[in-house]
Ligand binder design. Structure first.
Ligand SMILES: Nc1ncnc2c1ncn2[C@@H]1O[C@H](COP(=O)(O)OP(=O)(O)O)[C@@H](O)[C@H]1O
Ligand SMILES: [Mg+2]
Length: 327
């Protein structure tokens, strides 16, 4: 058993939302009881539609937003009482342009966190940056440029170099390639994968396309309305998805028409006001039965494989009609 680098335990984060005032205002459960861990050197993917809570989860793990309840541990210690030393967690965002200071050169941007945390002196900073740029596939000349003089892919490489500057244990990459051209996406993804392997770095890779996430990650977590509904080794989840939502996600990929797949996801993601009693996916699921209105336990299908569906073990032989909804 490899050591857990990051442990996320029963994390809950809600926001006030919808209509109403004060206490009458319903809350949106953006992250609703999420637990998982990441081993040292492991690349874990999180996939789900826009609005399912991926970025909120990332921000909560980074400590950038207060949570309602739950805990995040890094090497066994709660991150809440982490000493302000070298930041062991770093983040790369979808919008590299927004996350880079337009007035600073690449060298200044990349060196800043390392200088602030005393990893390198100001005199040695330029050489330090040039080495980091080489690791992300950029030549020395890029050190003197500013964000506006870079392409989208180059900016994202700079953002990755900046994240690497404090020699973190884990990088959270939140849709890092979603804003890039398809041909550039593959290059940035293979860069992240190479860096993870070369530097024994853990990566939490967030995306909305299951094939992309499954391709880069060792293990994938499928998120729906703030909950992890399926988890397992990427190849297994991709080959044999057990949750109807995972199947629908796969079927909704452009150019994929799997036989026996669930219909494409239609409509908007319902809003997650107040925690639902039963399965969160039941309003869009093609195979709802009575027990879907009860709390759905997480079914373990192997050491690292789980699914939160009453049919996790296999397809139903006979589907019961759903009872009339009383709520
Ligand atoms: N600052 C906020 N205030 C209120 N609601 C928010 C805030 N941030 C996110 N949400 C809500 O939380 C849910 C999850 O959002 P988000 O984490 O951004 O999802 P994703 O990254 O998967 O697209 C959405 O319903 C969104 O509207
Ligand atoms: Mg997001």
């Amino acid at each position: 058993m490899t050591e857990s680098l990051l442990e996320v335990h029963q994390l809950v984060k809600s926001y006030p939302g919808g209509r109403g005032l004060g206490r009458a205002r319903p809350r949106v459960y953006a992250v609703n009881g999420v637990s998982f861990d990441v081993a040292a050197g492991e690349c874990v993917g999180i996939v789900g539609e826009s609005g399912c809570g991926k970025s909120t989860l990332a921000r909560a793990i980074m400590g950038l937003t207060p949570v309602d309840s739950g805990e995040v541990r890094l090497r066994g210690k709660p991150t809440a009482d982490r000493a302000r030393g070298r930041p062991a967690l770093q983040m790369v965002f979808q919008d590299a342009f927004g996350s880079l200071n337009p007035l600073m050169t690449v060298a200044q941007t990349v060196a800043e966190p390392a200088v602030v945390h005393g990893l390198v002196s100001r005199e040695d900073a330029f050489a330090y940056v040039v080495d980091l740029l080489a690791q992300v596939g950029l030549r020395e000349e890029f050190a003197r440029r500013r964000p506006r003089d870079l392409s989208g892919g180059q900016r994202q490489r700079v953002a990755i170099a900046r994240a690497l500057a404090t020699d973190p244990d884990l990088i959270i990459a939140d849709e890092p390639v979603s804003a890039l051209d398809v041909s550039i996406q593959a290059q940035v993804l293979s860069l992240l994968r190479d860096l993870a392997a070369r530097r024994a770095l853990s990566v939490l890779f967030i995306g909305h396309q299951l094939p992309v996430v499954a391709n880069i990650a060792d293990r994938v977590l499928v998120m729906y309305l703030g909950e992890i509904v399926e988890a397992g080794p990427s190849a297994e989840v991709f080959r044999d998805p057990r949750h109807p939502y995972t199947r629908a996600l796969l079927a909704s990929q452009p150019g994929r028409h799997r036989r026996g797949a669930s219909p494409m996801l239609t409509g908007e993601l319902p809003s997650q006001f107040e925690a639902l009693d039963g399965c969160a996916f039941r309003s869009r699921c093609p195979q709802v039965v009575a027990s879907c209105h009860e709390p759905v336990p997480e079914v373990m299908l192997g050491e690292k494989r789980s699914c939160r569906c009453v049919f996790a073990q296999g397809p139903a032989r006979e589907l019961q009609p759903a009872p009339a909804r009383t709520e």
